[in-house]
Design a binder for this molecule. Structure first.
Ligand code: BES
Ligand code: ZN
Length: 637
């Protein structure tokens, strides 16, 4: 519950600052060397020009039965001239006490709470020193945190918890300035029940076997690179580790680490390819944590420790481009970061472009071209879903003021963003673009980036005036729709798939499809290109010959289940229900629930499944699916 205490009168405390929240003046980063004014971040209450958090030191204990994390956050604050308070973002946190480092009480006020944003937490700065100590507790409903019962883990023995910070959820478990343009270093001590392990997006800094006075195991971490708070991440559970290379490995429940290590065995090659293209990897180790199935994303680029869904463990390394994507964020996103969520495409579009470049190094051009063409299909679909090429949300640079930043998470950011860089590449050639990107990551390392600043730098370092014109930077970045100069992508292998598909559509037998050599991507292309309406007999034949309903590949199964829903193909409904109840990956769940909700029979089925599955999903997924199904939690549906 939110707690609004009167300031304990340690010093005169200015409420005027609270009144200023939402004022639209430009917030300057006070840091020397960052002269460029940053745009105001509409999704944070912070006033960084007044005072900004530079370091967070956490001492936290999760309580699995109460579903609360409690402890202290010591914040180092850099103050602007005359600043007497600092404003943090806080959502659903119970603030117990705020003090200076000697225990002297500091006044604090919680302002009005807004949905998603939470509330501004204004804290009086101490007369001496620049450190404030916040004693607090999270709420059981904290949106970033998912608490899993033992039954939701593969070991079934111990509970599990993990956090998901992006985009604006870190404020539900850490009181800090929670904007992507506000970088902070951090360290942490996490106290966990004996037999459990804690991992974080940081370097391990403790000693093996340390115990606190209550007998809990203590895990210590340190992140000495300034990162945006959405990248602070924690997981606690029965977590094992298996090394892959010297500086790489996998964490996960004991039952999955072996499988994961073999799936991701190419990780050192991925890093080598990325370093060769884009410059040094600056985060020390690169480990991957495979989470229990409820993890709401495919992957999350938490620094030094990518979080990943187990649904990419296909057994044949066919879905590892997702790991490459998260690794690529070590440059685009984690090193150079979107200044606000309006520039989300700078994170995801650059990363998607880099992902296919690295995959091309690893698997060759024919493979990368398949990824690119599937990406183009996703982009077109996103344009349609946004309302067509005139729709404002088909712009790369978005306007998310007053909206959930999650609304910007579409394949416009990912695939139109990647296509923009492919267009630049088609004009400059790869050599020049690669050199530019290396310089860009170097020049702006550990800094926020805006579309404007990126364009200015591109004009300064890469493009002639004539080239800028040819590319049409303005149209690509600030205007809706897909510019006509987008370079075409044609996968050779997909041409062969198309030929076979035509034969099947013309009435040929499913056994006539030569699918033995097909990769996951060829299957996806085939399934996506099937007509909207197909008879049950023909679906049954395809299913019988190619065992689609029992595919162990989550991407293929997902594409197949979409077809099954569209055609009310009942033999696939048991696997459909299993799919919807056995993992929580939003990218798979949302489209299936959306399609089901289009018909009356489907809606009934969706509501029935969702009623049972909802308690097993992370808040990121339920927030989206509640909207799709117009779910009323209070009424229980
Ligand atoms: N950073 C994103 C996930 C994300 C985006 C979380 C926005 C919260 C808000 C991550 O890098 C990502 O893009 N994951 C994708 C996989 C990727 C291969 C497209 C996913 O989870 O599906
Ligand atoms: Zn990403």
């Amino acid at each position: 519950m939110l707690n609004s205490s009167a300031p304990a009168a340690s010093r005169v405390f200015s409420l005027a600052l609270v009144a200023c929240i939402g004022c639209s003046e430009q917030a300057e980063q006070p840091k020397a060397g960052q002269a460029t004014a940053l745009p105001r971040d509409e999704h944070s209450y912070a006033q960084p020009a007044e005072a900004r958090v530079t370091h967070i030191s956490l001492d936290l204990t999760p309580d699995f039965s109460a579903k609360r994390i409690s402890g202290t956050a010591r914040l180092a604050v850099e103050r602007g001239q005359n600043a007497d308070s600092v404003i943090l973002d806080a959502r659903d946190l119970a603030i117990r006490r705020v003090t200076d480092t000697r225990g002297g009480a500091l006044g604090f006020t919680t302002g009005a709470t807004r949905e998603l944003m939470g509330a501004p937490l204004a804290i009086a700065l101490p007369a001496q020193g620049d450190t404030i100590v916040i004693e607090y507790e999270t709420s059981p409903g904290a949106a970033a945190v998912q608490w899993l019962e033992p039954a939701q883990t593969s070991g079934k023995r111990l509970p599990f918890l993990f956090t998901q910070g992006q985009a604006i959820l870190t404020r539900t478990w850490i009181p800090t300035q929670d904007g992507p343009g506000l970088r902070q270093t951090y360290d942490a001590a996490i106290h966990v029940p004996a037999g459990m392990r804690a991992v974080m997006s940081a370097v391990h800094a403790g000693t093996e076997g340390e115990k606190d006075s209550a007998g809990r195991a203590v895990y210590r971490f340190r992140m000495d690179k300034p990162i945006p708070p959405y990248l602070i991440a924690l997981a606690v559970g029965d977590i094992a580790f298996k090394a892959i290379g010297t500086n790489t490995g996998v964490y996960g429940e004991p039952a999955v680490v072996e499988r994961a290590a073999s799936e991701f065995v190419e990780v050192d090659k991925m890093i080598a390819a990325a370093v060769k293209l884009y410059g040094p990897y600056r985060w020390g180790r690169y480990d991957i944590l495979v989470l229990p199935p409820s993890f709401p994303f495919g992957g999350m680029e938490n620094p030094a420790l990518t979080f990943a869904t187990p649904t990419i463990l296909a057994g044949d390394r066919s879905l590892v481009s997702l790991v490459v994507h998260e690794l690529a964020h070590s440059w685009s996103g984690n090193l150079v970061t979107n200044a606000t969520w309006d520039d989300f495409w700078l994170n995801e579009g650059f990363t998607t472009y880099i992902e296919t470049r690295i995959m091309e190094q690893l698997r060759g051009k024919a493979y990368a071209d398949m990824l690119r063409q599937l990406g183009r299909q996703d982009m077109q679909k996103a344009v349609t879903e946004a309302g067509g090429p005139q729709a404002a949300d088909t712009r790369l640079r978005l306007d998310l003021k007053g909206r959930d930043p999650d609304e910007g998470v579409t394949d416009i950011a990912y695939e139109k963003g990647a296509a923009f860089l492919q267009t630049v590449e088609s004009v400059t050639g790869r050599g020049r673009l690669d050199a530019f990107l290396r310089g860009y990551f170097d020049q702006f390392a550990f800094q926020p980036m805006t579309s404007d600043r990126m364009v200015a730098y591109m004009k300064e370092k890469l493009l002639t005036g004539a080239e800028s014109e040819r590319i049409g930077l303005q149209a690509w970045i600030y205007e809706p729709g897909i510019p006509a100069n987008i370079p075409p992508v044609q996968s050779e292998r997909f041409i062969a798939v198309n030929r076979q598909e035509e034969a099947w559509k013309g009435g040929g037998p499913a056994s006539g499809l030569q699918t033995n050599q097909w990769s996951t991507q060829e299957w996806l292309h085939f399934l996506r290109a099937l007509p909207d309406s197909i008879s049950a007999t023909r679906l049954a034949e395809l299913d019988r010959v190619h065992r689609l309903s029992s595919s162990g590949n989550s991407e293929i199964l997902f594409a197949w289940l979409q077809i099954a829903v569209r055609n009310r193909y009942e033999p696939a409904f048991v696997p459909l229900e299993r799919f919807l109840t056995s993992h929580g990956r939003r990218k798979f769940l949302a489209p299936l629930y959306t399609d089901l909700a289009k018909t009356e029979w489907g809606r009934t089925m969706a509501m029935d499944i969702y009623r049972r599955a909802r308690p097993t999903y992370h808040s990121v997924a339920t927030t989206t699916i509640d909207q799709i199904l117009k779910w009323k939690p209070a009424a229980g549906g």
